[in-house]
Structures are given as structure tokens and as C-alpha cells.
Design a binder for this molecule. Sequence first.
Ligand code: NAG
Ligand code: NAG
Length: 214
Amino acid sequence: MNICSCSVLVLALQIGLLNHLCSADPTDGFTNVPLTDANFELQKPYVIPLSERYSYENGVHKLWVYADDKPHDPNSHTQPRTEIRIRGLDYSSGVWQFEGYGFVPNGTSGATIVQIHGASHGATTIILRIYDGDMRFYNGDLVTTDLYDKWFRVNLIHDVDGGLLTVFIDGEQKFQHKDQGPGDLYFKCGVYAAPSNISYYMESRWRDIRIYRK
Ligand SMILES: *[C@@H]1O[C@H](CO)[C@@H](O)[C@H](O)[C@H]1NC(C)=O
Ligand SMILES: *[C@@H]1O[C@H](CO)[C@@H](O)[C@H](O)[C@H]1NC(C)=O
């Protein structure tokens, strides 16, 4: 190799390194866990056929529910939901990450669109809920604003060992919170009605759902 091509190589390496530093991705350092259909369990109002609350076309899961729908189980007294429950990847330690591209139509409000179910205190570790186009942690802290009618990327990292949750929207870190302790933990996405201030119709769409771990 002559001196000229060598300095070109050094320059190329420097640009590569800069690109890498500038475009740090929430999934860096994580390993993708391959998913099959068996990892996608659908929950929907128990009296209604799945096709009346869920469709899957061109890689897009569309889930919807109405405020006066029944719960997902006749023995449950929870609010109505149509949700994908990631099955077979329950965790209780380590560092796990949910990734998905979500879409919420204008009008859907008071709907949990992503959650980690399970905790040592309470039923859930985190609930990400849409109110009037904004995303909130439960009905409190604002995570991000202005999500109606557009695709957005969600990355949710749960460091169980460190007790920490981190939320990225479109690759940008937006929110961090302590978790609720370890438990039988799993990811869900879709629509799950909040206790109050809910729209009659709730919908979210999801594509490219992936799970990663460290
Ligand atoms: C949502 O719909 C309402 C009522 O039609 C409208 O006033 C509002 O501007 C819409 N919001 C967005 C972000 O499009
Ligand atoms: C419901 O909305 C009302 C009016 O916007 C607000 O005052 C109240 O705090 C909300 N309740 C919950 C549980 O978010």
C-alpha cells in the first residue's frame, strides 16, 4: 500500500468512527432475539372475535378497542384492551429492550400503547400512555409530545439489575425512571384503556417489533 492510499484509509476510518459516534443507536451493544408468530399472543375483549379488533396487513399490526368493550378475560375486572403480549420471553433479570414503530390516529386518548407487565410492587413496571397526542408515564410525567398521525420509533430499555427504565422516541432519549423491582416481566403493545379520560375509540398500529437483550 502506498502512502496516499494509506492516508485515504485512515481518513475513511476516522469518518466511520465519527459517523458511529454521531449516530449512537439505542440498540447498540444489544443482541436481537429472533421472534416467531408464537411470540405474539393477542389479547382482546373476550366476547368478540379477534378479526373485529385486530388486523395484520403488509407487516402492520392494527389494534383497536372501544371504551365499553369487555375485558380480555371473563374473570378480569380490568379496562378493555386489544394488545400484543410478547410471549415466551418473560424476564426477571438482565437488560432487555423493546423496539417497535408505532402509529396513533388523532382522537385516540387515554390509551396505553406500550407497557412492561409485572413488577415486585404493582401490576406494571411502566405504562406509556397517549393523552391528546402526547405520551405520558402513566397519567403523569410527559415523555414526548405531538405523536398523532405519524409513525414514530419506540425503544424501551429495562435494566432490571440496575432498576432503570429508559425510553427513546425516534432514537432520542426522552425519559428515564426507576423501575418497580424485578418480577415476572414482559412487554406489551397495542391499546389498553386508562382508568379515566379515555376516548370512545382507541387504536394503535405497530410494525417491526423487535426484542433485544444484553
Ligand atoms: C386532531 O383532530 C382535531 C379535531 O378534528 C383537530 O382540531 C386537531 O388539530 C387534530 N390534531 C392533529 C395533530 O392533527
Ligand atoms: C382527566 O382530565 C381532567 C381534565 O382535563 C383532569 O383535570 C384530570 O386530572 C384528568 N384525570 C386523570 C386521571 O388523568
